[in-house]
Design a protein around this ligand. Sequence first.
Ligand code: ADP
Length: 258
Amino acid sequence: LANNMDHIENVQIYKELEPFVTTIKQQHEDILKSAMMRQEFTANVTHELKTPLTSISGYAELIENGMAQGDDVERFATEIHRNAKRLLSLINDTLRLSELDSNDGDLLMEDVNLYDVASNCVNMLTLHAEENDVKFHLKGSNTHVKGSHSMIEELVYNLCDNAIRYNREGGNIWVVVDPEDHSILVSDDGIGISEENQSRIFERFYRVDKSRSRKTGSTGLGLAIVKHIAEQHGAKIELTSAENVGTTIKVIFPDPDK
Ligand code: ADP
């Protein structure tokens, strides 16, 4: 058995040992899977960090060699600044994810009012929405769930922030809190997500439109953080979306009284 860990099914075992062997096999598979995921994540992070750094280095070199004339200096400095900001967001989001990963299990269980969280996020983002010519509509009533206030706020903030960034001029965002099923949903009538992309957007670093996201400074980590926080709270995520119609993401929390 010890020599054939990868092909346990070929090993003859006593029936009494089967549950034990199944557990070992599962653990063995989990270890392999998590090692592979870590390796993939490291490769992705390295690649993502390299892109803005290459730009920064390139523009700085042009200035250093006296290749920047007149307006160029300002243009190159703008590019350096933009890429440096992007690098910072990538590092912050990556650190946040690894913090969430290492905190698995010991979640603070406070009483959290989803409606307060929603109204707070809407207040924080109203100015940003106005700048993008997008309107917020907050609906619902007090809804209590158990969890970490700051993490749930981060989840709702990320959903609202996406609803602004992937919207259109004159677009709307509805934030609805429902005490019936302890849920919060963020719905927009923005650009929407095609069916083939819908299953992938919660993956780390996945972005539908890479060139657009480079301009908006997105990292592809926002929804991975949302998914992580929802999992830690035992909450379910439902996504419905159609291209050029809009996107709705609903997060349903467990009943706090059960
Ligand atoms: P980021 O926004 O930083 O790229 P996210 O993980 O938050 O990363 O989102 C992943 C991708 O999913 C985005 O790049 C975007 O293409 C798509 N997306 C997320 N939210 C929406 C939305 N409300 N409407 C349309 N597309 C969205």
